[in-house]
Design a protein around this ligand. Structure first.
Ligand code: UD1
Ligand code: MG
Length: 480
């Protein structure tokens, strides 16, 4: 059996953040969640994964009220995963001690250790490490290394003349010669559990950071005549996030991967380097995404749809052959097949557009359900409303859904014509086939097929315009 320890304590000082480092997001997902995917895949079940975290101030919340502590995040999103508190954090070796003290190692044969801040590591690479450990009877530990162009900041793998492992040296403790070594420790290990438990109490903090280094367990293995197996992995799997610049690098790599996957799946991305795709985004075949589009959260786009330049779409389902023209902002909406939206439209949460609906420029919808073929093409606010099939909502129509205290609903039937600049003061119901004259303020229900009209009668005063100009001292002005 394999137990996976995921190290997520420590201050992450180089991030300069109130938020724990591992809860920072890359491609729309916390770093910790990515490493947890790997951890769960390697352990086979959540109960064999233990996350080491520090004692945190749970009263801290960010502006979005999202829980900010690692423990709270785990409880909410990863039931079953165990938590060990390291208080205070005194290094990676001390962190694994905290996990051991939590009593979850049991009779496990192998203890895998992963870092919460190394998010691009694949489960396959870790499984390879476990296999390498098991293959070698004398091995106490297998460690994943990588050879980097720029090894700055990482622990270096020091070998002797015969290329055998000697130790891992942290950059802060290393000599100038050692700093030139480009082979680094990725912070990913598979330990023989029995050896690990013997070695952990022997760690000391005699180093430049006064920390208990997990890497010293490897030196202890060598001294005990046990083998340290070095497995060299691909450089991107080593990328550790210690700073905001590292976070940006990981984010770009993941987004690039998402873009490549989308293109491999048959979507066209125009200037893909400008397009932001979160990991939960799924694009159908023959989807076209124009430049500077952000598709975020859990968004799916049906085949044949086109998303115009500069749109931001979050947690939304777009059907097939949908056209979203440039510069729309869409959030938590469902858009039916063949619908046309924008340019400059805003679809807010709870918007549901049936097949073939048209939403035009400067239209805002919220909790608005529009039936097949309904149209609202210009300058309109539709909130808390249901609109029947084929109904046409004219320019400037407003559902007055808020009375200053509460929200109210507007129900509009099928084949209704709502004239321009009408105000529908909710709660109000308009029957099928009704006609609302332009400029009408609807305050009472309108029966089916009725004409609703509320207008002050118009008066034309002969030469009144000319007289007005004279009065204002602009008498010479003539009409163009
Ligand atoms: C560590 C390794 C280094 C390796 C690098 C790879 C050690 C001594 N060094 O250095 O050889 O090249 O990772 O990325 O192990 N953590 C705790 N408790 C602590 C301290 C850290 O849980 O007391 C966690 C952190 O949250 C992080 C991980 O352990 O996820 C690594 O800690 P970090 O401080 O980033 O170590 P590095 O300096 O990156
Ligand atoms: Mg690190």
């Amino acid at each position: 059996m394999t137990v996976v320890v995921l190290l997520a304590a420590g201050r992450g000082v180089r991030m300069r953040s109130e938020r724990p480092k591992v809860l920072h997001e890359a491609a729309g997902r916390p770093l910790l969640d990515r490493v947890l995917d790997t951890a769960k895949a390697v352990a086979g079940r959540s109960e064999s994964v233990i996350v080491v975290t520090s004692k945190e101030d749970s009263s801290k919340k960010d502006s979005s009220k999202e829980e900010r502590t690692v423990a709270a995040h785990l409880k909410a999103n990863h039931p079953g995963v165990r938590i060990a508190i390291q208080d205070p954090p005194r290094g990676t070796g001390d962190a694994v001690r905290a996990a051991a003290a939590a009593g979850v190692f049991g009779k496990a044969t192998t203890v895998v250790v992963l870092s919460g801040d190394v998010p691009l590591l694949s489960a396959e690479a870790v499984k390879g490490l476990v296999d390498a450990l098991k293959k070698d009877k004398k091995a106490a530990v297998a460690v994943l290394t990588a050879t980097l162009e720029d090894p700055t900041g990482y622990g270096r793998v020091v070998r002797d003349k015969k290329k055998s492992f000697v130790r891992i040296r942290e950059e802060k403790d290393s000599s100038n010669g050692e700093r030139k070594i480009r082979e680094i420790n990725t912070g990913t290990y598979a330990f023989d559990r029995v050896f690990l438990e013997k070695a952990l109490p022997l760690l000391t903090s005699k180093n430049s950071q006064s920390e208990f280094y997990l890497t010293d367990v490897l030196s202890l293995a060598r001294k005990a005549g046990r083998r340290v197996v070095l497995v060299s992995g691909d450089p991107s799997s080593a990328l550790g996030v210690n700073s905001r610049a590292d976070l940006a690098r990981v984010d770009s790599i993941l987004r690039r991967r998402n873009a490549d996957a989308a293109m491999a799946g048959g979507a066209t991305l125009l200037h893909p380097e400008t397009i932001t795709l979160d990991e939960g985004v799924a694009l159908g075949t023959d989807v076209v995404v124009e430049p500077f589009v952000a598709l975020l959260g859990k968004t799916t786009v049906g085949s044949g749809s086109r998303i115009g330049q500069g749109c931001v779409v979050r947690d939304t389902v777009l059907g097939k052959n949908v056209t979203v023209k440039p510069y729309c902002v869409i959030e938590s909406a469902v858009v039916g097949d063949g619908a046309i939206v924008g340019p400059f439209a805003r679809l807010r949460e709870g918007t549901e557009l049936a097949e073939g609906v048209h939403i035009g420029n400067f239209v805002e919808t919220k909790k608005a359900v529009l039936g097949k073929g309904a149209k609202a093409n210009h300058l309109t606010y539709l909130g808390d409303t249901e609109i029947g099939e084929r109904t046409n909502v004219g320019a400037g129509v407003i559902t007055c859904n808020y009375d200053g205290f509460r929200k109210h609903r507007t129900t509009i039937g099928r084949d209704v014509f709502v004239g321009s600049d009408a105000q529908l003061v909710a709660p109000v119901t308009i029957g099928d086939g009704a006609l609302i004259a332009a400029g009408t303020t609807v305050t009472e229900d309108v029966p089916p097929d009725a004409l609703a009209l509320s207008r002050a009668p118009q008066t034309n005063i002969a030469a009144g315009g000319a007289k007005y100009r004279t009065l204002r001292g602009a008498g010479k002005k003539t009409r163009a």
